[in-house]
Design a protein around this ligand. Structure first.
Ligand SMILES: C[S@@+](CC[C@H](N)C(=O)[O-])C[C@H]1O[C@@H](n2cnc3c(N)ncnc32)[C@H](O)[C@@H]1O
Length: 190
């Protein structure tokens, strides 16, 4: 099988990203790469990522720290809000529960965790085992065209899956939106 046949590609998904997050101290999970949240909110953001090269690739502005999302080196309740912008799809499903628990722990009571991510279908026959999603992100700073790709393995996921995960960690669901193959969930810690 040639490489192209292995790719399950979701063509251009359009997302309007407003600059509407309140709260001074924002923790961005997996904030390397395109570093979209750091690019938008600058110094208000602490971007953590497990890879130095990904942090280096992201724009200057946020505080950048090498860290694993499943083991955050922060004290309890020290952030006003947390974000994860197409990062969960890069984290193994086995780790998701720990990551959600850690995010819950480090944000203040009454704070939100804002998650944007992709619907990844089940890898039925193992043939299309590479998943790529193309995004066109309309931000107040301009248009960002990018794509994110992962191996499917057992990484199927959707909005319902993350809602369940959030509730198990203790969050309430404040809002949920799905636009075609991408979604946004705002979780609230009471
Ligand atoms: C490609 S980026 C996704 C989008 C990114 N948030 C942006 O704005 O472009 C995903 C990032 O998550 C990071 N990552 C994956 N697993 C992680 C983990 N367990 N802890 C911290 N970062 C992780 C990867 O190194 C990668 O930089």
């Amino acid at each position: 099988m040639n490489g192209k046949d292995r790719i399950d590609i979701v063509k251009k998904q359009k997302l309007i990203l407003k600059k509407d997050i309140e709260g001074e101290k924002i923790l961005d999970i997996g904030g390397g790469g395109e570093g979209v949240i750091g690019g938008l909110y600058g110094k208000r953001v602490t971007a953590i990522d497990k890879r130095q090269d990904e942090l280096d690739a992201a724009a200057e502005g946020p505080v950048k720290m090498i860290m694993d999302a499943s083991d955050l080196k922060f004290e309890d309740k020290c952030f006003d809000v947390a974000t994860s912008f197409f990062t969960m799809m890069f984290i193994d499903k086995d780790e998701h529960k720990k990551v959600f628990n850690e995010i819950y722990r480090v944000i203040k009571s009454g704070s939100s965790f804002v998650l944007w991510d992709a619907v990844i279908p089940k890898d039925d026959d193992g043939k299309k085992d590479i998943f790529i999603i193309e995004l066109e992100i309309d931000t107040p700073n301009g248009l960002i065209e990018t794509s994110y790709g992962v191996m499917k393995k057992n990484n199927e996921q959707d909005l319902k899956y993350f809602k369940r995960l959030g509730k198990k960690a203790g969050f309430k669901i404040e809002s949920e939106e799905q636009y075609d193959k991408i979604f946004k969930i705002v979780f609230k810690k009471s």
